[in-house]
Design a protein around this ligand. Sequence first.
Ligand code: PLP
Length: 436
Amino acid sequence: MNTPAPHIPAAHTPAAALPFPPIPTLQARDGALWLEGLALADLAARFGTPTYVYSKAALEAAFASWREALAGRRALVCYAVKANSNLGILSVFARLGAGFDIVSGGELARVLAAGGEAGKVVFSGVGKTRAEMRQALQAGIRCFNVESAAELERLDAVAGELSTRAPVALRVNPDVDPKTHPYISTGLKGNKFGVAFADALSLYRRAAALPNLRVTGVACHIGSQLLDPAPMAEAARKVRGLVERLAADGIALGHVDLGGGLGIRYRDEAPPTVADYLAPLLEAFEGCPQELCFEPGRSLVGNAGLLLTRIEYLKPGETKNFAIVDAAMNDLARPALYDAWHEVVAVAPRATAAQRYEIVGPICESGDFLAHDRSLAVAEGDLLALLSAGAYGMTMSSNYNTRPRAAEVIVDGSSAHLVRARETVAELYAGEKALD
Ligand SMILES: *Cc1c(COP(=O)(O)O)cnc(C)c1O
């Protein structure tokens, strides 16, 4: 759906510098927040709240920064679908020529439905089922990133049944500490992901000997929200060593997949730019003939989106004041799950003195908070925007408390596209049945 904006002011006051992290296309104009050419208040009026709102220009700018940093290198950027799998988002990246990193058959179906090319899809994950392997082989994906010896054997068998050969890379675990949150660290020993570096050579020999596999590459992914480029640079040097060891063994690889993980600014973090993050990785593979692949998720979508919510009640308390909003932990799980910080801003701050609030949802859990101790000048009924919510927001949402999931909107200039309708309660239990 593409509905023209109801109202575009002819002239704006100049965009004011914002005291919060960059969604590059979010601006304060005339005392209220706008995303690209649309006022957030107008979007709330049209689509209701809570609603995830994404900026197409910000998505494109994020993708361009990857493409520019890789200019002159044979490389493929495979967007990690799990960060935000909305078909609208996927279609934006598909049109830009992106590949996709998937972790389930469901994500593959989404990519194809959004116009993505199967030949640019890499399939990661420790638990691929036979059905998912068949689906991906029939679609003709680019590569399976295999994470165990047992998966190699299973993939060989499934490919044999389909009289085809499966393209494989082994996901190796380079055993470097990414220095990020333990729940999003994946490249250390003792982690369920990847195969141990020490076992890689023998597993490659095994893969090369299996009749229905075609060894095409190597993959690694050490964690998420990486703010220091050094651990990934170390991992890249280790992987380069492995590529050369394999070549000496007669196993020539066509590509090297260095995963995703580049962090973003939520509060006061100072992540490297894409170019600074990539520089040591490109250096590690200088002069190598292999195509380089990357699987960024968060860095492509995180700061292209926000969650728009309305204050239902202000509730003063003895020690804390609460702003009870219509979004909750089922809509945005990151604060409850990782104690993550999302900047909270009033869409149209009032002239009254700011007060400190706990920003909480209506769910019956004390863990149902979106932000602690924020200073806001607001009243009941006002709109808030939770920033940096484009990644791992909607995709981690649930229906806990029988709450229909939020709508999703992509803003493109002065047009708004409803890319996911708000769920209805009837949809939530459509597959259920009371006992007779
Ligand atoms: C989650 C994941 C990514 C994306 O991570 P980001 O931190 O969002 O960039 C890439 N590759 C694999 C294998 C993943 O599991």
